[in-house]
Design a protein. Sequence first.
Length: 72
Amino acid sequence: MVQVQCYSGAKGNERPVRFQLDGHEYMVQDVLDQWYGPEETYFKLLADDQNIYILRYRPAVDTWSLESFRKG
């Protein structure tokens, strides 16, 4: 399970700023891409460990999940 802290501007959970995965906390250095599915939003992130993560947010159930990881 992924715990995510987001920036909330004009709308809630606008973009991730940090996330916790397997007991480690990561700061988001850059949002590389963002796209929308029928019931979810995806974020491609560069974290402070220089790895790339794709996180999925499902607003209907307010849950986050790790969809992909690539070592930088």
